[in-house]
Design a protein around this ligand. Sequence first.
Ligand SMILES: C[S@@+](CC[C@H](N)C(=O)[O-])C[C@H]1O[C@@H](n2cnc3c(N)ncnc32)[C@H](O)[C@@H]1O
Length: 309
Amino acid sequence: MFFPFLLFFFSLIALIIFIWISTHRKYNTSQSVSASYDSWTNNRLLEELWGEHIHLGYYNNNQKKQDFRKAKIDFVHKLVFWSGLHKLPKGSSIIDIGCGIGGSSRILANAYGFNVLGITISKEQVKRAIQLTPEDCTCKFVEMDALKLSFPDGSFDGVWSVEAGAHILEKQLFADEMLRVLRPGGVLAVADWNKGKSNHKSLNLIDRLVMKQLLDQWSHPEFSSIEDFQINLLNSRFSVGKVDIDDWTKYTLPSWNESIIEGVRRPKIWLKLGPLSFLQGVREIPTILLMRWSFAKGLMRFGVFRSRG
Ligand SMILES: C[S@@+](CC[C@H](N)C(=O)[O-])C[C@H]1O[C@@H](n2cnc3c(N)ncnc32)[C@H](O)[C@@H]1O
């Protein structure tokens, strides 16, 4: 009698916690995104597990042996070369839109000699990015909304944004703002999580439920398809009329499993962060596996975009 009651009681608590966390992180406004990243930054879970880059890694020929953190650094260099950012001279000004805790910004400054301004909607990320950045690094960080960039037109030689657009509902405005602050002749380099098809209605019930989870769990209002976001960039009144796209799903796919395995490779993290963080980490596993499944199946795609202003 006692055991079934206990089982029922704990299942009910687990269900309440699950629903609370799910709704807690669901996108309502950009405030939900900043609240999610403030909390992910303060609990240090992402940083301890995956390092200073909050994006997927790049694996050549689907090579899985690559160290996860090294693959993330490789990703930054691959995007720099694919987009043509490396052709800009040292001292060029780059804005990193949705900069996280500054992983990419520091590489752009240290390896390519750029002056980088990282902006993020999370004030806690700004604080942490500043803490992690040595004084001699040519990077600055400020809290700002990607949709309300407080800079005149053509302010930057390069615009860089990695995995931020999925958190933004107004995709056209996002495209407009990035292109507006890019100077004529400057370089745009964007990478993002995209949905495979433009139209949700063509998805079957399971796929729709999965997509809903991918949106709600990590504060995403909507994913764009690669082609739709290319159209946003082309249709922008600041567009230069040519935007190249590519699909890097196969190069980034191993990252999903790796992001779980990192938790096993680094058991000391759990001693340092404590049991609550362990539970928070375990709680992300279903979403990570759903992400992997969706990218492998074509429900999601990893898009890259480049344009020369
Ligand atoms: C997945 S993280 C990527 C972070 C960083 N680009 C990296 O690769 O490490 C998404 C980032 O986008 C930022 N972001 C989301 N919506 C934003 C908005 N409306 N304005 C500015 N930043 C935003 C988040 O605060 C977070 O820093």
